[in-house]
Design a binder for this molecule. Structure first.
Ligand SMILES: C[S@@+](CC[C@H](N)C(=O)[O-])C[C@H]1O[C@@H](n2cnc3c(N)ncnc32)[C@H](O)[C@@H]1O
Length: 317
């Protein structure tokens, strides 16, 4: 600690503090990296961990600098303990596939928080306004298939994809019961969907993107892009960072079901999609939910007719 009877702290103290800080933070960083390597977290959890560690480090560094306290080790030790607890929690969370399997197989469909046979207003409005007409469509993260079945009933040729085999079994059974023709497929969209080689006129993900963390989002956007024909339409709906649910603040939040989700800003979605899609509308609106409405980002876009990358390479040749 700084001796209060000593001369007022001047530049040498700040230098000492900064070099002390630098060395201690370097050591802290090494220990955290070893912890993360040993935990071998999948990418979505690694993204959660990195974001929280960055945040903790920034806060602690600012605090230490503002009080000019040279004895920073106890704070870094306490911070390391926080990080260790968080990593343990993340390890205990299990994979998204296991979590979704557990939810779909242990909860009656009517009690699953997002599962509703009534198609959401934002989707219905697009159809009723004629902005999307019956065509070849893909539902990414289709869950129990409600919206895929709704669209198929309107004459769309729909493929639904979900990571949970139980969700897909529910979707298939419901389509059969309603005598609606739909294709359903169990697959992890983050693996790029190599099993789907055809293209679609319309893609939508309703409440899927908040399961995809920043580290995976570029790859996800590339997959959506590959699946669409040029000019193909795309509706993306995910939780907004402005929503007050599940802890109320921050990008990463844990739900009552134990899932960890990423709440996005409009700017993040714009940065992610604008390079390859023309964004027609992007708004943050309350969307009906079973318990209460949630503020969600609703983005409707079209795949650019010519990819900017191709345009650049054409110009060069
Ligand atoms: C909140 S639910 C929404 C389901 C459906 N769209 C609806 O609104 O009823 C998110 C869905 O995305 C699926 N999911 C999450 N990550 C996925 C991934 N990487 N690949 C495929 N499906 C995924 C989950 O299994 C779950 O069914």
């Amino acid at each position: 600690m700084i001796d209060p009877t000593s001369k007022p702290p001047g530049i040498p103290l700040i230098h000492a503090l900064e070099s002390n800080l630098f060395g201690a933070i370097f050591e802290f960083h090494k220990k955290v990296m070893a912890l993360l390597r040993a935990a071998n977290l999948p990418n979505d959890k690694l993204a959660v961990a990195s974001e929280r560690i960055d945040h903790l480090l920034r806060e602690t560094t600012e605090e230490i600098k503002s009080i000019q306290d040279l004895n920073i080790q106890p704070r870094l030790d306490a911070m390391y303990e926080d990080v260790r607890r968080m990593v343990d929690e993340l390890v205990a969370l299990g994979s998204i596939r296991d979590q979704m399997e557990q939810i779909y197989s242990e909860t009656p469909p009517g009690d699953i928080l997002w599962n509703s046979e009534t198609p959401p207003k934002a989707l219905v409005e697009l159809i009723e306004a004629g902005q999307v007409q019956p065509c070849k469509a893909i539902d990414l993260g289709c869950g129990a298939g409600n919206y895929a079945i709704y669209l198929a009933g309107l004459g769309f040729d729909v493929t639904g994809v979900d990571i949970s085999p139980t969700a897909i079994a529910l979707a298939e059974a419901d389509a059969k019961r309603k005598s609606v023709a739909c294709r359903f497929l169990v697959a992890d969209i983050l693996a790029g969907l190599p099993e789907i080689t055809e293209t679609f006129d319309f893609a939508y993900d309703w409440s899927l993107l908040h399961h995809v963390f920043p580290l995976d989002r570029k790859r996800y956007a590339e997959t959506v892009h590959r699946l669409l024909v040029p000019g193909g339409k795309y509706l993306c709906v995910c939780f907004s960072e402005q929503d007050a649910g599940f802890g109320g603040t921050g990008h990463t939040r844990r739900t009552s079901l134990g899932t960890v989700l990423y709440f996005s800003s409009e700017d993040e979605l714009r940065d992610l999609f604008a390079p390859e899609f023309d964004i027609r509308t992007l708004k943050t609106v309350p969307v009906e939910g079973k318990r209460e409405p949630h503020l969600m980002n609703v983005a409707f876009m079209e795949k650019k007719l010519v990819s900017p990358k191709k345009r650049r390479s054409r110009r060069r040749t």
